[in-house]
Design a protein around this ligand. Structure first.
Ligand SMILES: [Zn+2]
Length: 264
């Protein structure tokens, strides 16, 4: 029972909005996001987007950069800089890629500050406006803490962002190249078109033999071609928030460094 109670509670937490805003877009939007990010996301992934004059959002965990994760090389700091300079958006993950529910308030602040420091060293003025929860795991306390730092946080809960959206947990449609994807994506596209909604695709590596959290280049190409053909506006998380009037409205947030001594 304890396990069941915990599971119900986790489910409820995932659904509790903390940052509701009305999403008003004149036209349906699509964003392509990459987590962690394997080197192939920055090479094949970025190239596919750029070939159609589109840009994506890359959620970087500084502590993973230049390392091998799940058997795949992760992009290095130089590549993060190149992506930023090419107009892609760099978003924030925790520095060590630790899930946020297991972190004290102080540890969470330290993770974010450390990643902020890493990203500022990569490029002057690089201050992410959005965050992605590692593993999609979150807690209410973390949602409230991160709300002070970021305009929006992206989870891994499936769905189209439309109407009243929780900026504390933007929804996604995963792009992992499974057979189920085609049906789910088609349903999401129709929902988004009918409501001027926002589809945020997410994946990890982009290669011919992807991990189960990544996709083949053809899958990314096909999804991009489809949204363009249907008239979606393709842009980064920040660009779409701006277009919806949700970025300009925000007061300036503190930079990603500890503003006060961390407390537990
Ligand atoms: Zn991640």
């Amino acid at each position: 029972m304890a396990g069941l109670a915990r599971s119900v509670l986790r489910h409820a937490v995932r659904r509790t909005p903390t940052h509701l805003r009305r999403l008003r877009l004149g036209r349906a939007a699509a964003t392509f996001t990459f987590d962690d990010c394997p080197a192939s996301a920055a090479s094949a992934g970025a190239e596919i987007l750029e070939a159609r004059d589109a840009r994506g959002t890359f959620y970087v965990a500084g502590g993973l950069c230049g390392r091998i994760e799940n058997g795949k090389p992760v992009l290095d700091a130089e590549t993060v800089r190149a992506l930023h300079q090419s107009g892609h958006e760099i978003g924030c993950h925790t520095f060590s890629h630790r899930a946020v529910p297991g972190l004290s308030r102080g540890d969470l602040e330290a993770e974010i500050a450390r990643n902020g420091h890493f990203l500022r060293n990569v490029a002057d003025g690089l201050e992410p406006v959005s965050f992605a929860y590692p593993y999609g795991e979150l807690s209410l306390a973390a949602k409230f803490a991160l709300k002070r730092r970021f305009v929006a946080c992206r989870g891994v809960r499936n769905g189209v962002n439309r109407g009243w959206v929780d900026l504390g947990q933007l929804r996604v449609v995963d792009l992992f190249g499974t057979a189920l994807d085609a049906i789910r994506i088609d349903t999401a596209l129709r929902t988004a078109l009918a409501s001027n909604g926002w589809i945020i695709f997410y994946t990890h590596d982009v290669e011919d033999r992807p991990t189960r959290f990544g996709c083949a280049p053809q899958v990314l190409e096909a999804a991009l071609a489809r949204v363009l053909e249907l008239g979606f506006e393709v842009g980064t998380v920040a660009a779409t928030l701006r277009r919806a009037g949700l970025l300009a409205d925000e007061r300036a947030r503190p930079p990603l460094r500890p503003s006060s001594p961390a407390t537990a």
